[in-house]
Design a protein around this ligand. Sequence first.
Ligand code: WTA
Length: 651
Amino acid sequence: MTDEDTIESVLKEDRHFEPSEEFRQQANLDPETYEELVAKADEDYEGFWADLAREELDWKEPFDETLDWDPPFAEWFTGGELNLSYQCLDRHLDTWRRNKAAIIWEGEPGDKRVLTYQELHNEVCRFANGLESLGVETGDRVALYMPMIPELAIAVLACARIGATHNVIFGGFSANAIEERVEDSDCSVIVTADAGWRRGKEIELKDAVDEALSSGCPSVEDVVVVQRTGRAINWYDDRDHWWDELMAKQSADHEAVPVDSEHPAFLLYTSGTTGKPKGVLHTTAGYALWTKLTSRWVFDLKDDDVYFCTADIGWITGHSYIVYGPLQNGATTVMYEGAPNYPRPDRLWEIVEENGVNIFYTAPTAIRSFMKQGDEWVDKHDLSSIRLLGTVGEPINPEAWIWYRDTVGGGDVPVVDTWWQTETGGIMISPLPGVTTTIPGSATKPLPGIEAEVVDHDGDPVDPEANEGGLLVVQKPWPSMLRTVWGDDERYKETYFGRFPGTYLAGDGARRDKEGNIWIMGRIDDVINVSGHRLGTMEIESALVSHPSVAEAAVVPRPDDVKGQAIVGFVTTEDHADGGGPELSEALRAHVGDEIGAIAKPAEIRFAPDLPKTRSGKIMRRLLGDIAAGRDPGDVTTLEDPDVLDALIDE
Ligand code: WTA
């Protein structure tokens, strides 16, 4: 399957699936309420949000103003005070949910832990006290570099409890990536583990933290270490603390610190068009509101549901839809530590069957790899508990969508294809399972209150009748939008609002069909989406160029039938000889792994005597993309030296 095949099949797709009467009857959002919400948002945008915020959130102090919009800077629900950890925990404790499972955790080696709301509350309070005993205060930044273990969720919520801004760094990133992120945000504490399990191997997290701290991160005073695998690690007495020892000294009482609506809740670094990752900042009230509402609307989350999102908390999907969204709704959320196909390809189906999972949320790349493994791995299990399926992270090809619905969902459950981003905080465009007619491959319509549009280069909406492509934008601020790029308001302004003042540019290409449905076509900037993970080409290029043998490098995506996109690096070596050979190729891949993390390693390195450039000296990545994908590069008249291309194609 190539990109073009996908677009081709998506363009031809016209299978429509109506919600079943049975689903519609019990759905959290029925068509009538939906229409009312849309009309209300249309007539009185601020009133719409203010009413929802009053109903949904537990305010310590009510807010005075709904929206203060000084484009592109937004403040929502100003004057209000609340606490995100209180929202997720305390408010359930005087209800029947107190002894309900909040988190069902499955470890990769087969261990399991269930935490009720009361137990989770106790652990979070202890860790909040533990952080305070280390001197962490409201407003400080705390980095979490951890495996997918319950302590990660506990640490996230403990930060929220004292109003410390968490900065979760995905456990697959390298020491360099930790250093960059911790330094950019001046974290005072890092919480980590000795190691994590992945495919039966230990991922050495503490070693990476030690390495980052040996060369930088002067702001870090303490490191808290969870013992997960028991491997031997280096220990620094003046800095390191065992999680268990710290926790043993703490009380299970801790009063959640009320913070301002606009208090920085967390930073999450994500890749963009320049070499440095951006610290996307989310604040408290707006984020709480939208993650809570979207969990209930889109996933139809009910009190007796067991909900399983397969993401890692190191990415935004895990923040919003493993931790904050489900817990605010008092749901039972399943967390799995390891690889989806370990020790066997049916690991996830085992988890679904054993825990009676009702709602299952994963990425298209995972669905494509399940398809490849064969139906027998799914058919072995009783998955009849599943009543809703979701996808996120990249466009889903209709074939995978249909397979998901039929084989995993038994042919009669709604599939919600949810479009959103780290920057949007929560789901923006998605079917509502009791309302929307779905079409495989389309995220369908913006949710109530979200003014998403597809516009042309002048910023005018494209004509749905013409079935044209354009740029995906959001025309009004929404409560869970990012507030800025940490420490760099200019970059925030330029990246997201530089093109159309006052309108948020998502960085995705999209198309609107005659029924008004939106079809996401993929990134229009220098971001590659590998297995639903965002990686910046510039970041990978700077990693390659930092290797002593490399003179110049360009990184482009190549379509991949499981990962969506794979990374191809074109490299010119210092001596400009064309053949770098397999050894250098392996060394460069390893080097990118060290600089960024294993997920960023190119699938392929191609050596070339020169890279194709325009007369003004810009590398023509579009041409390289065509070559990597085996497509005809088409018009090459702007090339400075057309012979360069022949050399590349001949390779
Ligand atoms: C892509 C992940 C098509 C898109 C939540 C976006 C999607 C980027 C979808 C954000 C979808 C996400 N259909 N593409 N349903 N969902 N994307 O920040 O290119 O890791 O801009 O957030 O993923 O990736 P991020």
